[in-house]
Design a protein around this ligand. Structure first.
Ligand code: FUL
Length: 474
């Protein structure tokens, strides 16, 4: 009862003064659902573009290609899965149907599928093989299904929405658990020259019914949003909230900059996903064998996506044999090793931690030590009215570092609006970096510094900050 009449922070102060338990801060209005939180923790997974385009050297097939062109000679989804695993990825999303309409599974609702191809004399099913390989390698399985269909005779008529829903029923019903449904907003003309009016509500409803845990991707969600470019680069400021009223996937999406940065006052929790290909195109082409991104480029992409509060969807297109080409797999193994080694040794473990403000200080429930306990579920926070604070870490001896990772406790919402990092140089606190948002994860990378003490200043939060984890790495 009391909470109804007295501001929450006041109750907090009162309880602190009495040395009793203090309650956690109130969650913000926009918070992740349980599934969005699980999804965010995946951080990084593989995109696979595969289909007739692989064999015709095209990016957008016309839908008139002979299905017989699809004929991988040595398809091995276990090789994709083991490569993804070695790269440190947590799942694989495959183009079950791209704009050309070709279905990588023997759909009952199309005549342009693996069944009509030469592969395995029409007996094959790529979704079956990949979903099984994912289970074997403990990877999540996800599905890209393009509503734009340049082959289907019903495209451009209301019947096509029914066809698409039935296809969704097949891919979501027959292959086990799906962690993400990827909807491409592209809306071009079909074989009869007409465009389709997509029934997004029905599409989303179908996913929710068949795979309630699946996070639905499109430019505007409803589960996660496109980051606004295909370079794998989130905004330096990146809120996991967005206003979607009046917008739709595709041409009616918000401006790229808005998608890139999210919105501080966004009404929906809609975290960003950054997609990018390891090669210049989305589909395999022999002509790009020598254009696979360098390790340095992939590291930059990682910093600009995972390091800026977005998940990374890295496309790796299998070749005409149905295998990931060595040029890509060697790079991915290097990249996986870089990720593993870069964040293996938190120099803050065992540091002496202090903060100028702690919620219910005597009680210790929200102590600053929880930011270095390698447990996302415990966090440091301040009293409700305190919107700035400083955390200090004494490493007990000089150490060299070039990277700091900060994670907000997002189950209570995204709160930090401005923060800075400093180190003690002699007796002078010196700025390393000043930035805006943190979100689920923020990685700052800088030239190597050797110091014993660092300080993280939360300069502004809405309202009190909640910090789950901090890591310092070399
Ligand atoms: C775009 C498509 O048009 C591209 O071909 C690719 O699939 C990319 C991931 O999404 O909208």
């Amino acid at each position: 009862m009391i909470k109804k009449f007295i501001p929450f922070y006041f109750v907090g102060l009162l309880l602190t003064a009495c040395g009793q338990n203090v309650e956690p801060p109130q969650a913000r209005t926009q918070i992740p659902s349980e599934h969005q939180l699980e999804w965010q923790k995946l951080e990084y997974y593989m995109f696979v573009h595969f289909g007739p385009n692989t064999f015709t050297d095209m990016e957008w097939g016309h839908g008139t290609e002979d299905p017989k062109v699809f004929n991988p000679t040595a398809l091995d989804c276990s090789q994709w899965a083991s490569t993804a695993k070695a790269a440190g990825m947590k799942g694989i999303i495959i183009t079950a149907k791209h704009h050309d309409g070709f279905c990588l599974w023997p759909s009952k609702y199309s005549t342009h599928t693996v069944r009509e191809s030469s592969w395995k004399e029409g007996q094959g099913d790529v979704l079956r093989e990949l979903s099984e390989a994912c289970r074997e390698y403990e990877l999540k399985f996800g599905v890209y299904l393009s509503p734009w269909d340049r082959n289907h005779p019903d495209y451009g008529t209301p019947e096509y929405n029914e066809v698409f829903v039935k296809m969704l029923g097949e891919v979501l019903g027959d292959y086990g658990e799906v962690f993400e449904q990827w909807f491409d907003g592209a809306n071009g003309e079909g074989p009869n020259g007409k465009k389709q009016v997509y029934d997004w509500e029905k599409f989303n409803e179908t996913v929710r019914t068949l795979q309630p845990q699946a996070v639905i991707f499109s430019d505007v969600g409803p589960g996660c949003r496109w980051i606004g470019n295909e370079r794998g680069s989130a905004g330096e400021t990146n809120w996991s909230m967005l206003n979607t009223d009046g917008f739709a996937p595709g041409a009616d999406a918000p401006k790229a900059k808005v998608l890139n940065e999210g919105e501080i006052d966004g009404a929906k929790w809609l975290p960003g996903e950054a997609d990018v290909s390891i090669r210049p195109g989305w589909f395999y082409s022999e002509s790009t064998d020598d254009k696979v991104k360098s390790l340095q480029e992939l590291i930059k992409i990682y910093h600009n996506s995972v390091g800026r509060n977005a998940n990374l969807l890295l496309n790796v297109p299998p070749d005409r044999r149905g295998l990931i080409h060595p040029a890509d797999s060697i790079r991915l193994v290097e990249f996986g090793k870089w990720i593993k080694e870069s964040f293996a040794n938190n120099l803050l473990a065992g540091a002496e931690a202090s903060a100028d403000k702690v919620r219910g200080k005597k009680n210790g429930l929200f102590d600053v030590k929880y930011t270095i306990d390698a447990n996302f579920d415990t966090y440091w926070t301040t009293n409700d009215e305190q919107t700035s604070a400083s955390l200090q870490f004494d490493l007990k001896e000089d150490k060299s570092f070039d990277c700091i990772v900060i994670q907000e406790y997002i189950p209570l919402g995204q709160r930090v609006k401005a923060f800075s990092v400093e180190y003690l140089d002699g007796d002078k606190w010196t700025l390393i970096d000043r930035q805006t948002t943190i979100g689920y994860k923020r990685i700052l990378h800088f030239p190597t510094i050797t110091a014993r003490k660092i300080r993280i200043n939360i300069e502004e939060a809405l309202p009190c900050p909640t910090i789950a984890e901090i890591g310092l790495y070399n």
